[in-house]
Ligand binder design. Structure first.
Ligand code: ARG
Ligand code: ZN
Length: 422
């Protein structure tokens, strides 16, 4: 009896110690608003020299006074980073203290859950699962869905586009959606799956979806950066770029959304392979961007609406991002984005900013949206989905449906406008 009791105490002690240790040593997301130029410089230093990942802004060069910085700090650099901040009297808040738990929640395999098939679209899926899903979706809907191989990634993974098409009208218009240019933006991949599922389930039931599919073919690339996505599941949840090896550096990866031929590698991109916004060796140097560009070039007569899905920050953006100049149909684009944002506000009471990329966030050349626009796809958008920083890239699965429905209503609003105008 006595030994049992001692054992019991020991077991609980161990439990206590474990949980204590866990909360103390988890990876965290911290938030800092620098007040002086000195603090700005220190932050730039921290985010480049220590083993951290900048969540916001995308690159240290954009850190400035009075704007909030979100920084991922892994447990093992936590003390060093916090000491350094303290030494310079920089205060920080903790946005997320339980990063490890959130990541665990996002990658949990729920396939043993009896309800799992009904919640499939409300969970995140590994790359392998998504490839299976592509296959199954095509097999289950032979009259509406066709998978098209458009190329392969740097590590030779296939790039599949799903074509949704309900009829063969002559001169049929089309729209394009790509997801997951940036590996860590998991809600983006989830949206592409959501969109396909919704279209297939509600064709002939929902008036808007029916009108859209009757008038347009839809091309969907659910995973534009499969190597990066795989890497976020196995090795580093915060990875953004693709996984290509550079000739000139040990650093890996090109920012695919800086690799297109639109004022390529000017201000807002970097020719330094170690940065998160590395533009690559030349425009379309990467197989992933080249595959997308080739496909769009060969379909540019039909594709009227280009859409690229990212996260986070809740924005509906349109060209240009590579220059401060206004697009030729700026007024149209603004009106469409505004209407989409209003729909989101009306139906979901959530706020999305909208405007041209360069004026709404920052100059960012070499983006797919600007390139597609210059190719002649006059309705070109980039959506930044939920949230605004509460969970950032670690949006919990329970928020997938809200985030996707919001984006869906925005897509529908714009697609219907495109049909009207073209
Ligand atoms: N957050 C996205 C990025 O940095 C914004 C994309 C807007 N469009 C663009 N062409 N930069 O890539
Ligand atoms: Zn992105």
């Amino acid at each position: 009896m006595k030994t049992l009791f001692i054992l019991f105490v020991l077991m609980n002690l161990d439990q206590l110690l474990k949980t204590g240790r866990c909360t103390e040593t988890q990876d965290q997301i911290i938030s800092i608003t620098p007040k002086t130029q000195e603090q700005v410089d220190i932050l730039k230093n921290v985010s480049t020299q220590y083993e951290t990942a900048l969540w916001q802004p995308v690159s240290p060069q954009y850190i400035k006074e009075e704007t909030e910085v979100h920084l991922f700090v892994p447990a093992n650099s936590s003390e060093t980073v916090k000491d350094l901040l303290q030494k310079h009297a920089i205060t920080h808040g903790v946005l997320l203290a339980n990063t490890n738990e959130l990541i665990e929640m996002q990658t949990r395999n729920d396939s043993t859950d009896p309800r799992s098939s009904s919640t499939f679209y409300e969970r995140y899926h590994s790359l392998e699962d998504i490839y299976h899903w592509i296959n199954r979706t095509q097999q289950d809907n032979p009259n509406m869905v066709k998978a098209i191989l458009i190329g392969s990634s740097y590590e030779k993974r296939p790039l599949y586009v799903l074509k949704l098409s309900v009829n063969n009208r002559p001169n049929k218009k089309a729209m394009w959606i790509d997801c997951g240019i940036h590996a860590r933006e998991w809600i983006s991949h989830a949206f592409c799956l959501w969109f396909v599922q919704n279209s297939l389930s509600f064709y002939k039931l929902n008036q808007d979806i029916t009108r859209i599919l009757d008038n347009m073919d839809v091309y969907i690339l659910p995973v534009m950066n499969p190597d990066g996505y795989q890497y976020t599941w196995t090795t580093n949840r915060m990875w953004r770029k693709n996984r290509s090896v550079s000739k000139s550096s040990n650093c890996i990866g090109v920012d695919l959304n800086r690799n297109f031929d639109a004022n390529w590698c000017t201000e807002g991109a970097s020719d330094e392979p170690c940065t998160e916004i590395y533009c690559g060796a030349f425009p379309e140097s990467e197989p992933e961007s080249q595959a997308v560009a080739n496909f769009l070039r060969s379909h540019k007569d039909s594709v009227q609406f280009y859409l690229s899905i990212h996260s986070y920050s809740q924005m509906l953006l349109f060209p240009y991002s590579c220059t401060l100049d206004e697009a030729e149909n700026h007024k149209d684009l603004l009106e469409m984005a505004q209407e989409a944002a209003q729909a989101i506000r009306r139906y979901y009471r959530n706020t999305y900013k909208y405007g041209s990329g360069a004026k709404t966030i920052y100059l960012a050349p070499g983006g797919s949206d600007d390139w597609a626009y210059n190719l002649g796809i006059k309705y070109s958008f980039t959506f930044e989905l939920q949230d605004r920083g509460r969970y950032g890239f670690l949006l919990p699965p329970s928020l997938i449906s809200r985030a996707c429905n919001e984006a869906l209503i925005a897509v529908k609003t714009i697609a219907l406008k495109v049909i009207e105008k073209t």
